[in-house]
Design a protein around this ligand. Structure first.
Ligand SMILES: Nc1ncnc2c1ncn2[C@@H]1O[C@H](COP(=O)(O)OP(=O)(O)OP(=O)(O)O)[C@@H](O)[C@H]1O
Ligand SMILES: [Mg+2]
Length: 384
């Protein structure tokens, strides 16, 4: 899919943006603090996801404006679609979202229709960060393929919160151990589905990452990615569809952990304790990887995400590269470009001359406005 027009006003520092991007590489350049990342963020929230920099929704609004208005027109395999995402200061809780003119109750319609993959400077946290970073990555990747599975993640969080509340009641002597059973049955059904989906996604990821990492590292290193379920053993043979035997194993594990849960005061068993193991030549990338190895691993995970999405959906996502290219040497930039060559890409950078890509359009961002475009700038980037 590709965007054919972006208009944004009142979103953070962005003012009267009206941009017609090219179908392939687009560079947005400018000095620091001009609004380059804000523009990518406006595209990103139009996928129905929360801000990739954890901004609160109320902070989307420009300090000196009472309303923001984002319009995205994009083309997918079948048709032209239009997203309109607005927020008005006096009614901040109530986002006004339409998809093809139809009012949306929530963000899920956007999530099912408009797909972006964002490469961010913080992606190194996928390697260095706590396991929830890797779980969230996997869950979002899988949900992009199967949007309905997002509801399982939400349900899991709700059920865990409810179970934890019952545990607190038991500790306070207000409830009995048996009252956990109703939650455990439900949690086992939802949790085993999550384990199934994480395993399925990580299997795909593992194949792509191994191949991509070997290429980026010049064939000298092997990246191994594997799913570490908190419930199912490493050699567990997952069924081809989630079934009752998985639910039963999950339920038993939860049950075995009850005494410990009551002692600790929360649920300590289950999908909420999963991790994704990343090893380079057999050593943990988190503990032993150099900065370069960790960055390459993060890059490869995003590229693999883009490849898997394109292959499964037979349609490419829109790629957002925030401040990523400028950090890479020429060989790595060419490698990244070769993988995303057929996709629409938005690259932000302070120095567009350092970006090697076959650019269709180069836009300069200044003070939240686009001040120049490719008509005035040409051939700044050399062909990759
Ligand atoms: N709600 C808001 N209203 C107005 N301005 C805002 C709001 N939120 C953030 N900003 C401003 O937006 C500016 C641009 O931010 P952005 O992160 O997009 O810059 P950038 O061009 O990506 O810079 P860098 O090259 O440093 O990454 C910042 O100076 C910030 O203060
Ligand atoms: Mg930025």
């Amino acid at each position: 899919m590709y965007i054919t027009r972006i208009t944004v006003s009142g979103f953070k520092n962005l003012k009267h943006i009206d941009l017609i991007p090219g179908k392939n590489f687009n560079i947005i350049y400018g000095q620091n603090a001009q609004g380059k990342t804000n523009l990518l963020e406006a595209l990103w929230i139009s996928t129905g996801c929360r801000s990739f920099r954890n901004s609160k929704e109320k902070d989307y609004l420009a300090f000196d404006e009472d309303e923001f208005d984002i319009k995205i027109i994009f083309q997918d395999e079948l048709r032209t679609q239009e997203i309109n995402y607005r927020m008005i200061r006096k009614n901040i809780k109530n986002k006004l979202i339409t998809l093809n003119g139809v009012v949306q109750k929530n963000n899920s319609g956007l999530f099912e229709n408009f797909k972006c993959i964002a490469f961010l400077p913080d992606d190194i946290e996928l390697i260095r960060g706590t396991p929830d970073k890797r779980r969230n990555f996997t869950d979002l990747c899988y949900s992009q393929l199967k949007p309905k599975s997002m509801s399982f993640i939400r349900k899991y969080d709700q059920l865990t919160a409810q179970r934890n509340a019952v545990i607190k009641n038991i500790t306070a002597g207000k409830d009995s151990e048996e009252s956990l059973d109703i939650w455990d049955r439900q949690l086992a059904a939802v949790g085993s589905y999550i384990s199934f989906m994480r395993n399925q996604y990580v299997e795909k990821l593992s194949v792509r990452c191994r191949e991509l990492y070997s290429r980026i590292a010049g064939g000298t290193e092997t990246l191994t990615v594997s799913y570490q379920s908190n419930i199912f053993p490493q050699d567990f043979e997952y069924p081809s569809v989630p079934d009752s035997s998985m639910t039963e194993i999950y339920y038993r594990k939860l049950h075995e952990g009850i005494k410990n849960d009551i002692r600790l005061g929360y649920t300590h068993t289950g999908a909420g304790r999963d991790d994704i193991s990343l090893k380079i030549n057999g050593l943990s990338a988190k503990e032993f990887g150099s900065q370069g190895q960790q960055k390459s691993t993060a890059l490869v995970m995003r590229l693999a995400q883009a490849q898997i999405y394109s292959e499964e959906k037979q349609e490419s996502p829109v790629i957002l590269l925030d401040d990523v290219m400028g950090e890479l040497d020429e060989r790595r930039q060419k490698f990244v470009c070769s993988i995303i060559a057929d996709m629409q890409v938005f690259i932000t950078t302070c120095n567009h001359r350092a970006v090697i890509a076959e650019c269709e359009n180069i836009f300069e961002m200044h003070g939240g406005r686009i001040i120049t475009d490719s008509e005035e700038k040409s051939n700044v980037c050399s062909s990759g």
